[in-house]
Design a protein around this ligand. Structure first.
Ligand SMILES: Nc1ncnc2c1ncn2[C@@H]1O[C@H](COP(=O)(O)OP(=O)(O)OP(=O)(O)O)[C@@H](O)[C@H]1O
Length: 304
């Protein structure tokens, strides 16, 4: 079996007395998308820098496409696409010039005009980088990361500052990358981005991994958190609340909301209670926790 695209083992990153990454392990299988989530300062960019070979870990190890990202940096760089949080390009050069320059570094680059068109940048080809808007600079940074047909792409908050249309295009591009067998490690603050794009999600909090899994696993583990039942008005909800150990309200006459961590037994008990009351149930609806609910519950400590 081929080695993983990224294999990080117990990585530690320190800045003086600050431990930014505190023993993180993760794997990006080939041809998959891993989303790294976490609040500001959680350690995502620091971990990415280790994978990109811009700094070595203070402890632990990283292998990228089977190579050491620091020792094998020169061999690795042509095979990687890297989109940094802050452009990192010449502010006085035009978008077209910068893209053609990056293309010239690659053995088999993508067509630069096609990329400019795809990212809606054709009309800015002769605009200098510093005169592009924040979202346009982001789009150009993405084009620079992709122009060399990389095997593995690192995207640090790729859609930050992009409008809705550009975000959609970026998501399509990232999905196309996966379809072409390219591996992607991205950071994001957008839970819907992670939920719709990623095969695997790693949630970091305070430099450590707080949770990991597929979006479906993470949300399934959290279960159903709201059951809505439409039935006769004016039932004695205190009785139901005690029975299912959940918060029960009659939000409007005959509309009951049962909120809490509801497993199958609790849902069955709740519906059984309505039957025992002789109530006519005319509608039942459940709400499953989203990745956002899971994320907020796991990282609540960061808001301290
Ligand atoms: N060069 C540096 N010198 C000192 N401390 C740093 C340096 N870079 C990052 N840090 C600190 O390390 C911690 C992790 O920062 P990092 O940028 O990796 O987090 P992040 O999860 O990428 O955050 P964000 O979502 O805001 O980009 C933070 O507390 C940050 O202040």
């Amino acid at each position: 079996m081929r080695e993983a695209a990224v294999e990080v083992q117990d990585v530690v990153v320190r800045y003086g007395g600050v431990v930014a990454v505190d023993g993180v392990s993760l794997t990006v299988p080939r041809g998959s998308i891993l989303a790294l989530l976490g609040n500001n300062g959680a350690g995502k960019t620091s971990l990415l820098q280790v994978c990109e070979g811009f700094r070595g870990p203070d402890a632990g190890s990283a292998r990228v496409l089977g190579l050491d990202p620091v020792a094998d940096h020169d061999e690795l760089m042509p095979r990687l696409g890297i989109m940094l949080q802050s452009g990192g390009v010449y502010p006085w050069a035009t978008a077209g010039e910068i893209l053609r320059l990056f293309a010239s570094f690659a053995a088999n680059p993508l067509d630069t005009d096609m990329l400019l068109d795809r990212l809606g940048l054709r009309k800015f080809a002769k605009t200098t980088f510093r005169r592009l808007s924040g979202g346009e600079q982001q789009r150009l940074s993405l084009a620079l990361a992709l122009v060399g047909r990389p095997e593995l792409v690192f995207l640090d908050e790729p859609t930050a500052g992009m409008d809705v249309g550009a975000r959609q295009t970026t998501w399509e591009l990232v999905e196309n990358l996966r379809a072409d067998g390219v591996s992607v490690l991205l950071t994001t603050h957008l839970l819907d981005e992670a939920e719709s794009l990623a095969d695997h999600v790693v949630i970091m909090d305070g430099g450590v991994v707080a949770a990991t899994g597929t979006p479906a696993e993470l949300t399934a583990a959290a279960g159903i958190d709201l059951l809505r039942v439409r039935a006769d008005a004016g039932l004695a909800v205190a009785d139901l609340a005690a029975r299912v150990c959940a918060k029960v309200t009659e939000s409007s006459p005959g509309e009951y909301e049962i909120a809490g961590a509801l497993d199958t037994a609790a849902i069955a008990a709740a519906l059984g209670w309505f039957a025992a009351e002789g109530a006519q149930v005319t509608a039942v609806d459940t709400r499953r926790r989203t990745l956002e609910d899971v994320y907020l519950a796991l990282t609540a400590g960061a808001a301290r």
